[in-house]
Ligand binder design. Structure first.
Ligand SMILES: C[S@@+](CC[C@H](N)C(=O)[O-])C[C@H]1O[C@@H](n2cnc3c(N)ncnc32)[C@H](O)[C@@H]1O
Length: 195
């Protein structure tokens, strides 16, 4: 599959997770998934419903290391903005969070959720992980949840993350990787690359 086909399929899939999360049948998303992945129930309750219902992460990257007051954070593939909003609250008004996602419907959800949360320190924009509209050496922490596995050009994405991170900055990533023993038939099935 070429990269453009993968992008089209990823957009199609996640636009429906954004606009009609109840229709998702292939993997668990939303509240149940977030709780299983270790997010705190009280934190989830204080988030806009849309951000939690369309949460499609695979782990809890924010549990790896706390974000400090004043930090600049990039949420790569921010989806409906759940980690973005939690990050924005962690870094406080003197910090800043940039959320970037290639699916317009996810970007709309995240923008709406940030507006509902009354956050002034967040910017959400449409963009591709391999060509980020973010300044060189401007970010303290890149947070990403379930995104890099969907990118066909992982080396370019990692090079971009390296470019935007300040020296000594860090990546907090929850993601999936291929393990030995995956059936070649499964790998061939269109769409299964993101399951
Ligand atoms: C599994 S969802 C996770 C969304 C969000 N991080 C969360 O935890 O709910 C993956 C997200 O990554 C976005 N995405 C996938 N590939 C991307 C790429 N190459 N550039 C930017 N965004 C991408 C999709 O649009 C989707 O919103």
């Amino acid at each position: 599959m070429d990269a453009e086909t993968i992008y089209d399929q990823v957009r199609q899939r996640f636009s429906s997770v954004a606009t009609d999360p109840a229709s998702e049948r292939r993997f668990e998303i939303g509240w149940t998934s977030a709780l299983k992945l270790g997010y705190d129930a009280a934190t989830l309750t204080n988030l806009p419903v849309g951000a939690v219902e369309s949460f499609a992460g695979v782990g809890n990257p924010l549990a790896l290391d706390p974000l400090a007051n004043g930090m600049t954070v990039l949420d790569l593939g921010c989806g409906a903005g759940m980690d973005t909003i939690i990050s924005a609250r962690m870094v406080g008004p003197s910090g800043r969070v940039i959320g970037i996602d290639m699916t317009d419907e996810m970007v709309n959800q995240a923008q709406q959720a940030c507006a509902e949360s009354g956050l002034a320190n967040v910017e959400i924009k449409t963009g591709m992980a391999h060509a980020l509209d973010v300044d060189d050496e401007s970010v303290d922490v890149v947070v990403s949840n379930g995104v890099i596995n969907l990118c066909p050009n992982k080396e370019k994405v990692l090079a971009e993350l390296h470019r935007v991170l300040k020296p000594g900055g860090r990546l907090q990533v929850a993601d999936m990787s291929l393990v030995d023993g995956v059936n070649p038939e499964l790998l061939e099935r269109v769409g299964e690359w993101s399951d």
